[in-house]
Ligand binder design. Structure first.
Ligand code: NAD
Length: 214
């Protein structure tokens, strides 16, 4: 099961990277691209890219000419679900939650971050980046009415599990969890953990190895 997940995650990461590069090329006015030309821009083989393109393509490319970048972008956006907007909310509007509410880049990925929830009276009723901050007491009332299926969890460790359980009961389908704890919740809900400390420690380890080998 874990292997299948890793495989699927790697595929999604590749498709997201293709899209990022193709957006850049589109902005530069480029019209066509072949798998071999794309392979020169990134660290994946031409064969891998061709396989991925076959999986998502609704239109065939011309041998020796390549595919229209607009077509590949449309196919990738459709496959990755970027055109289907998902509504999300931030739970815990502190340092991290506030920064997420201020970030404008989620819209490119079909994510619409609508609002924040907090327990702190000094934050409830305020607005960040046009997004209202509601009381956590109103969670169960607002989740269904806002048509939200994703929650970004940025509360402290102490409250995370209880809030996650409430989110599940309120109908949330996926949680992007920034809290450094394991969330024991209903199997049907997808939890994506964002462990910044672990990522940083892996990076530090790689940098140390690189410096030792230089
Ligand atoms: P913070 O203390 O600034 O913010 C936490 C927010 O959660 C506060 O606004 C608080 O009022 C709110 N809150 C507390 N209990 C709540 C409840 N029951 N319901 C709703 N809101 C509640 O913390 P932070 O620095 O933003 O970090 C948030 C979480 O993310 C922590 O678990 C932290 O370990 C993790 N994290 C933070 C960082 C970072 O760089 N700040 C990085 C990685 C992970």
């Amino acid at each position: 099961m874990k292997k299948q997940n890793d495989h699927a995650t790697r595929k999604l990461e590749r498709l997201q990277l293709y899209l990022k590069i193709l957006y850049k090329l589109q902005n530069q006015g480029r019209v066509l691209i072949s798998s071999s030309q794309l392979a020169k821009e990134i660290d994946y083989s031409e064969e891998q890219i061709r396989k991925d393109f076959q999986l998502i393509a609704t239109k065939q490319g011309k041998p020796g000419v390549g595919r229209r970048i607009d077509d590949i972008v449309a196919d990738l956006e459709e496959y990755l679900g970027y055109k289907k907007v998902s509504n999300a909310v931030v739970i815990g509007v502190g340092n991290l939650g506030g920064a997420i509410l201020r970030y404008e880049g989620f819209a490119n990925y079909g994510l619409n971050v609508l609002a924040g929830f907090d327990i702190d009276n000094s934050k409830i009723g305020t607005v960040i980046n046009d997004k209202p901050i509601f009381s956590i007491d109103n969670l169960e009332k607002y989740i269904p009415t806002l048509d939200v299926n994703i929650a970004i969890l940025t509360v402290g460790k102490e409250n995370a599990l209880e809030i996650a359980q409430r989110l599940v009961k309120a109908g949330i389908q996926g949680i992007l969890n920034f809290v450094p704890i394991h969330l024991e919740i209903d199997e049907g809900v997808i939890v994506q953990n964002m462990d910044l400390a672990a990522s940083l420690s892996i990076l530090a380890h790689k940098v140390k190895n690189k410096l030792n080998n230089d």
